[in-house]
Write a protein that binds this ligand. Structure first.
Ligand code: GRF
Length: 208
């Protein structure tokens, strides 16, 4: 529907989901493009990855701001200047301020390597292995003010094998992350996601 959709991706580390989104956009699977990649960590490996992909990058170190909101306002200024209409967190290791969440209400997504509400927070794959679950997976959700909590857009299950370690499970989950995040973004830009309370309805035809 909207071929000029502009995505801002926030990263803190490796940036493999950012790359998967970029590739899906370039291949035409997502009717949008990444207009901004912002990292709060100057040393994030994902920055070099983004530059290799020809994407514009900005570093906004959070340590330079006195408060969370002050930092988030700087990030939003970059995203807004570049016309981003969707913000995708991709390994962004910062909680967002209430101001940021309200500024982009219903327009911030996150990906989490577990089937939420199971195993929120850090080291979700380790939590899953240690808990002994037989199935874990991936969740893409809209972001609200609580950690890994907002309305769930898509989920995909990944079986936990008998001999899985945190690393082997994480590697299999990552493959699924790279498939699921672009799919959720595509649905967003096709106008097919409707948030109603905690439910995200996936419409067969775009909402008017
Ligand atoms: C992914 O596992 C994602 O689900 C989680 O952080 C990791 C980021 O990996 N939120 P990458 O930076 O996208 O490679």
């Amino acid at each position: 529907m909207n071929e000029t959709g502009r995505i801002g991706v926030l990263i803190s580390g490796r940036g493999s989901n950012m790359e998967a989104i970029a590739v899906a956009c370039k291949q035409g699977q997502v009717p949008a493009k990444i207009a901004a990649v912002v990292s709060n960590e100057p040393g994030a490996a994902g920055l070099a990855r983004a530059r290799r992909l020809g994407l514009e990058t900005d570093v906004i170190p959070h340590r330079a701001s006195a408060t969370r909101e002050e930092h988030d306002r700087k990030v939003a200024a970059v995203l807004d200047a570049k016309g981003c209409t969707l913000v995708c967190l991709a390994g962004y290791m910062r909680l967002l301020s209430s101001w940021f969440v309200r500024h982009y209400e219903g327009r911030v997504m996150n990906i989490h390597p577990a089937l939420l509400p199971a195993f929120p927070g850090l080291h979700a794959q380790k939590q899953a292995v240690e808990h002994g679950v037989k199935v874990s997976g991936v969740s893409v959700h809209f972001v609200d003010e609580e950690l890994d909590h907002g309305p769930i857009i898509l989920q995909s299950a990944v079986p936990v094998a008998e001999d899985d370690t945190e690393d082997t499970l994480a590697a299999r989950i990552l493959v699924e992350e790279h498939r699921l995040y672009p799919e959720a973004i595509r649905l967003f830009f096709e106008g097919r996601l409707k948030i109603e309370g905690r439910r995200v309805h996936i419409l067969a035809v775009p909402a008017r």
